[in-house]
Write a protein that binds this ligand. Sequence first.
Ligand code: SAJ
Length: 414
Amino acid sequence: MAFKKVSVVGLGYIGLPTAAVIASRGIEVIGIDVSQKAVETINQGKVHIVEPDLDMVVQAAVTMGKLRASMTPEPADAFMIAVPTPFKEGHQPDLSYIEAAAKAIAPVLEKGNLVILESTSPVGATEKLAAWLQEQRPDLHFPGASTAEPNMYVAHCPERVLPGRVLEELVSNDRIIGGMTNKCCEKATELYKTFVRGECISTNARTAEMAKLTENSFRDVNIAFANELSIICDKLKINVWELIALANRHPRVNILSPGPGVGGHCIAVDPWFIVDSAPQEARIIRTAREINDHKPEYVIDKVKAAADQFKRPVVACLGLAFKADIDDLRESPALDITCELAKANIGQILAVEPNIHELPAKLQGQGVELVNLQQALEIANVLVVLVDHKPFKVLHSSDINTKVVVDTRGIFSR
Ligand code: SAJ
């Protein structure tokens, strides 16, 4: 089957680049989103998120007439669901966006369609998706959800792209194709082969779900190790950056970097899905989450101690995004730390974030001022490096030698 028309449901950080890349291969793509603003922006050939080169690819696809966005689903050969999967109270996965997407596309599904879940999901979510679709469309036969021979195809193909390198990784990364049946794997592989240069590796849906959660938990555990080391090193008066550089000279040691905590919508969230599925067994995974979640509190205490040295503390928080050189503030420890410092009334709080142009809602009404780096350097007596954005990494010691610096990213120690 050749895919003539593909529908991408959810036009966020994953869905929009995926839609644009598929469209750039000459396939007609219709993107579905619940946000009217996002739909209008995309239809003008513009983007509502910051990701290198995405604006160019979207503009080209829209101009060529291969990509358009809508709030209303319509028939297509394949549907790719890329909606958020946050967690609820008590770190339980919230599948309501997937359920809503299933209900939205169900009326337009036709026999032989392929439905792919790309959203990072707890084990069993793809089976649930098939069941929700079956409930809505008793006239069709979904794998695992109907006793009749399936005439629909369902697979979980988790996205694995790194924010900041999405367009490159979308094409070059290997893809895990978790089909509900072998036929589902074949169909999904056929679709991914239209734009993926990496290998497409088939497995079942449950293993694919767990593989994605495992990748992000592996990273979380390793960052927790680095964060724990940084706290131990403070206590023992050792420079953790020098220590890690030395230890990493060993051929089988590769320690990651400590930071102000772990942010983003993936690594700070996904390990909880494993903990929720196996609470007794997932001990290291849970502890890593707790260590990383505790790090912002530790940084706040350090900044308070630094501010205490001044009669009129002016604290400049360098960076609000969850990591370097992006504008994404989701689950950002830098944003949380800045917000808590403002609430703690320790002095004047300045925020420097070169990738955004207005103060985030969370900081509004807290007395925080968004300034540029130069202004911050002129008036702050405490500098808190929260994100290693490029403009911060080129600072010289002469820029900072009159200030007390809390450097959570080690930009002055490398
Ligand atoms: N961080 C550290 N120290 C490090 C590395 C990262 O503190 O040494 C922090 C970052 O500052 C950030 C957080 O961890 O706050 C996460 O950043 P990241 O660059 O490790 O990962 P994400 O969340 O941008 O993207 C991850 C990627 N997963 C893996 O590398 C295993 C990406 O491939 C996934 O597609 C993405 O999650 C996702 O969508 O799940």
